[in-house]
Design a protein around this ligand. Sequence first.
Ligand SMILES: NC(=O)c1ccc[n+]([C@@H]2O[C@H](COP(=O)([O-])OP(=O)(O)OC[C@H]3O[C@@H](n4cnc5c(N)ncnc54)[C@H](OP(=O)(O)O)[C@@H]3O)[C@@H](O)[C@H]2O)c1
Length: 259
Amino acid sequence: MKISSGRVLVTGASRGIGRAVVAQLVARGARVAAVGRDEEALMQVARTSSRQVTAVVGDLARESERELLVGHAAEALGGLDGLIHCAGVVKYEPVGTLTPQALEAMWRVNQLAPTLLSQEAARIMVEQGHGGSIVTVSSTLSTRPAPSTVGYAGTKAALEATTRGLAKELSARAIRVNAVAPGVVDTDMVRQPRVAPGTRAPEGAERERLVAEQLEALAYLHPLGRLGTAEEVAELIVQVLDAEWMTGSVVTLDGGLSL
Ligand SMILES: NC(=O)c1ccc[n+]([C@@H]2O[C@H](COP(=O)([O-])OP(=O)(O)OC[C@H]3O[C@@H](n4cnc5c(N)ncnc54)[C@H](OP(=O)(O)O)[C@@H]3O)[C@@H](O)[C@H]2O)c1
């Protein structure tokens, strides 16, 4: 049986890439625990899935909520075959104004949470005795940081190292661990106006215009001339989830951005 038609926990399932991953898994017949903070958005994801999706509301940045999530999900699904960590936080700040609070907020969700969720998921998979698969979502910024991404790039580089470390340790238990590293993907994450430190972001039509300009400039950086879509990234994540001879890999999907 392919993992993508088994029992899979997906974080970041309320929006963007995670939500697109849930749709792909549902189409393959999986049962999915969809994790996020936005209950209404998760319920909407669950409503469109003919009872295959269970919404699991929780804040990955809070220890008290995070430590219960995997157990709840496995209970709701009757076990766990796969974990896909899509949740992520970015705070664009030049190094001069980067605060410890911003660094910690990114670290909690981008690095600490996937490490501890993987630990718990692996414990359950080992108990079940037939292996499993974990996919994390990194970024091309882990190796090629852009201005104002010092903190975020650091969390993603650490996540890649963690992914490789987990792959090495868990291979003896037939648990594979891989990462997908996208270039810029058109989701809410990049639809934030970027303004100089100390400057207020504009509102309304002016905000829309600024975001559109920024997206166009970002698209231009990709040799293939456009941003990625959540669906394209989700498709690769699901392929990696199922790839039976792959572990410890970081697979790039970036329209040529890294060239
Ligand atoms: N978009 C890009 O250009 C891009 C490029 C490279 C890598 N990535 C990575 O791809 C992944 C998905 O990004 P995206 O573009 O889909 O972002 P997005 O649209 O902003 O979605 C982020 C997701 O993370 C969840 N999340 C954030 N903080 C959370 C918390 N404290 N607890 C629980 N869930 C939390 C959000 O859920 P709630 O709001 O419901 O909590 C949401 O579902 C991230 O890891 C990101 O770093 C994105």
